[in-house]
Design a protein around this ligand. Sequence first.
Ligand code: NAD
Length: 360
Amino acid sequence: MNLQVLVLPGDGIGTEVTGEAVKVLRHVAQRWKHSLALSEGLLGGIAIHRTGGPFPDETRALALAADATLLGAVGLPEFDNAPPERRPERGLLGIRQALGVYANLRPVRTYAALLDASPLKNHLVDGADMIIVRELTGGIYYGTPRGISGEGASARAVNTMTYTVPEIERVTHMAFSLAQARRRKVTSVDKSNVLENSQLWRRVVTEVAQGYPGVSLDHMLVDNCAMQLVLNPKRFDVVLTENLFGDILSDEGAVLTGSIGMLPSASIGAKKTDGVWVGLYEPVHGSAPDIAGQNKANPLGAIGSVAAMLEYSFGLREEAAAVNRAIEAVLNSGRVTADLKPAGTPSTTSQVGDAILEAI
Ligand code: NAD
């Protein structure tokens, strides 16, 4: 397969973790005989320093030309008090918008070697393996009217939760096609006992589900889901939900597994060519200025994002599974960075990358 991938290392530890992730991508391409066309661009603080803005036109053009984009992290302390248009994080919103990615996928899986790092008891979390599919471009974050009117005690604030049928349909199709390749179970999360918006969500999800007879669907209210995620996380396979609920639930899901350095994410949009989904892949963590430049950052979130890219953008399940197995093997071997190793000598970022190549 021909893999056209844009790499945006970004700021801080972003450059270190993407360096290891690219090493893994090159290795996989070589091992499974895919041709890999890599380009590199600027995003975030480094882009502001070099070009004056966080999301230069050149980066936009590179992103639109690529099949998939691998992003490190953005954010530099010197921009902490800058106006919004000169903040590195603006680059993130810019690229997500430019690519039109409408579904955010957060795989949440536990690893035997990290069970003690979970805030939950081992028996509750051991074996949990789910993916949270969050609608990314609609709902209350974007709906209008919005704003604050009036002054003092008579001030009033409004936000509007809106969804159209096509917006719900496309993300539901995404969740069901993911479920077909997993344990074939979708849990759709809403608040339909209170919100009309959720009533439409539930109706459309139920209709789309008719087209996937091999996949089971259940509906769950968001307050119950928040509770079930910690009481019985193993019951979930694919969790489908709208933007605001997904924002909250995906962070709750994230802490089930231990270190923030472990977590990959994928944002996916339309199909570009047959079989290839446009996607933006990034670890969940930020640029971690406190450890940047020290070869200490955990690269496994970035490497897991490569696995997600192989699976979701390119449909290369065998290769993705090999990377995920390598992550598990490296965790079991104890060759891990300091965030996962409170005692003993930790491995460096690049040693963990090397260990992944060996394990693959
Ligand atoms: P952060 O995720 O960068 O760091 C939080 C803590 O986790 C720090 O102690 C850090 O050392 C640790 N950490 C994070 N990733 C790690 C890794 N891979 N290995 C080991 N330890 C790791 O969050 P923050 O400190 O709140 O933000 C720092 C900067 O990153 C800010 O400018 C923020 O705006 C930006 N940020 C960017 C993104 C993104 O690019 N998607 C996400 C979150 C924060």
